[in-house]
Design a protein around this ligand. Structure first.
Ligand SMILES: Cc1cc2nc3c(=O)[nH]c(=O)nc-3n(C[C@H](O)[C@H](O)[C@H](O)COP(=O)(O)OP(=O)(O)OC[C@H]3O[C@@H](n4cnc5c(N)ncnc54)[C@H](O)[C@@H]3O)c2cc1C
Length: 459
């Protein structure tokens, strides 16, 4: 192994991959290394097969969250080109720049296997008016839907292009980053260390605790962040067809009557499947869908989430989200599923009621009662929103609509970075979801390109 690199990148999610790719293109003279705690793409496989292994067995490294491609590898590959959601990169680089970077990422995806996929847009959509008439707001965006299958192909092609020019080290979690007296960095892992001039940290959500530790050890200032909590809704795809055919994903926000909380739809997967997600040993729910019609289901799923921010004396929003997820894990042994009709009648769902329902669950979850898990305020908001959505997509509030809980979007604390996404230490950058600045594929990837261009420019 080389002992010295111009740039070391920690984490091979979209942020790390796009920074590596752009650096390779702009500065072929650089020696670059990428350290990743998970597996190479081809070795990533979640053991849940729905047959012998039905639910999460907490593998040493979670193939859904870690490895080449990061949390995005088996994602639905929805690249939202917008500054309205998905992160606050625009606050650092400006709105036009952020949009340009996201479009550039889209171009790279299109030349690496994504060609032919559809770009949906809210511009001129009739849904906007229908939403406003029903106290809902449709956010503006263009969405490229690669699909889980094409997303995988794009990642594979990018790896093939990089592997001979960049040193990749898989199953090598970085333990520590130390700043040396000469202003360069030592990047330490279990069996050794390397030195580098610039270090880009892009450890995503799965690296959130590690990132917190690094910030504490290096005295890098941070701000607490929010946590989004809610459920994943699954219903017959026809119910949402008007929205999904037109937009693929509608980002819709509802302001609740009772508490004036904002509830929003998130990660819509037409003809998709609901999946487990394991973050630091806590099992939550998520969803994805395939571009290939052969792999599609008859259901559509999406999350309904409420954001919680905390102020003094309690600052740890993630801890709050984790506690609620742990409660569902305690009661259900993992994710709980409940029919909307059962929730409304104040009774738990059981296997018989789910079986008798018209919506076939795509995830094996434990039938139960979400009202024993989610705080009343959150659940009331979610129920209100389901009725509001029923007005634009009749059938949403049907008894057999399935709710899986809990879905939690953990946001990393926000690491203090400047307009170059550089920490208080020159040459130490923090990007992607691990920085708290981004929460999406497009923003994380764009942040990688941005930092790569900056480093290529100044060195
Ligand atoms: C099931 C699922 C579906 C999703 N669908 C979408 C979607 O359709 N659209 C969208 O915009 N977003 C989606 N997301 C979110 C999206 O995947 C993330 O926003 C994105 O991957 C963030 O990229 P990142 O590079 O910042 O971090 P990540 O993708 O999380 O990558 C970070 C990498 O760093 C590695 N790492 C962590 N700590 C260390 C360490 N100490 N040393 C070395 N390596 C380390 C991890 O193993 C991981 O591979 C989805 C997420 C999931 C889980």
């Amino acid at each position: 192994m080389e002992k010295y690199y111009d740039v070391v990148i920690i984490g091979a999610g979209p942020g790390g991959i796009y920074s590596a790719y752009e650096l390779m293109k702009l500065r072929p003279d650089f020696k670059i290394a990428v350290f990743e705690s998970g597996n190479p793409l081809i070795k990533r496989k979640c053991p849940i097969d729905g047959d012998k292994i039905k639910s999460c067995i907490s593998c040493e490294t979670c193939s859904i969250m870690s490895g080449f491609g990061g949390a995005g590898a088996f994602s639905d590959g929805k690249y939202n080109i917008t500054n309205d959601f998905g992160g606050t990169l625009y606050e650092y680089v400006g709105r036009d720049k952020a949009t340009e970077l996201m479009k550039y990422v889209d171009e790279i995806n299109m030349t690496h296997g994504g060609e032919g996929t559809k770009l949906y847009t809210t511009a001129g959509s009739a849904l906007k008016k229908r939403c406003i008439q029903n106290k809902l707001t449709l956010l503006d965006a263009s969405v490229r839907h690669l699909g889980t299958d094409k997303n995988y192909i794009v990642l594979g092609n990018m790896y093939d292009e990089m592997k001979d020019n960049i040193d990749f080290f898989f199953r090598t979690p970085i333990e520590k980053v130390e700043r040396k007296e000469n202003g360069e960095y030592e990047v330490i892992f279990k069996d050794g260390c390397v030195e580098c001039r610039d270090c880009i940290i892009s450890v995503g959500r799965s690296g959130s605790k590690w990132m917190q530790k690094v910030c504490q050890e290096m005295k890098i200032p941070t701000k607490s962040n929010r946590v989004d909590l809610g459920v994943r809704v699954e219903l017959p795809a026809v119910v949402f067809e008007d929205i999904t055919n037109d937009l693929y994903e509608g980002k819709i926000v509802y302001r609740t009557h009772k508490f004036e909380d904002a509830v929003r739809t998130f990660c819509m997967n037409p003809h998709g499947a609901v999946v487990n997600e394991n973050t630091n040993g806590i099992i939550t729910v998520n969803g994805h869908s395939y571009e290939d019609p052969e792999l599609q289901t008859d259901n559509t799923n999406f999350a309904l989430l409420v954001s919680k921010h905390f102020s003094e004396p309690f600052k740890d929003s993630n801890e709050y989200g984790e506690s609620i997820a742990k409660l569902s894990n305690m009661l259900g042994g993992g994710v709980i599923v409940q029919r909307f009709g059962d929730l409304e009648r104040g009774r738990r769902s059981n296997a018989k009621r789910i079986e008798e329902g018209t919506v076939r669950p795509t995830l094996k979850a434990t039938p139960g009662d979400l009202s024993l898990v989610l705080p009343k305020r959150l659940l009331d908001g979610i129920i209100e929103m389901i009725y509001a959505l029923d007005k634009i997509a009749p059938g949403t509030a049907n008894d057999d609509t399935l709710l899986y809980g809990v879905e939690v979007k953990f946001y990393n604390m926000e690491v203090s970075v400047n307009e170059n996404l550089e920490t208080i230490y020159p040459g130490l950058y923090c990007i992607g979801d691990g920085s708290g600045v981004t929460h999406s594929l497009s923003h994380a990837s764009a942040s990688g390109v941005y930092v790569a261009r900056h480093i290529a420019d100044i060195r």
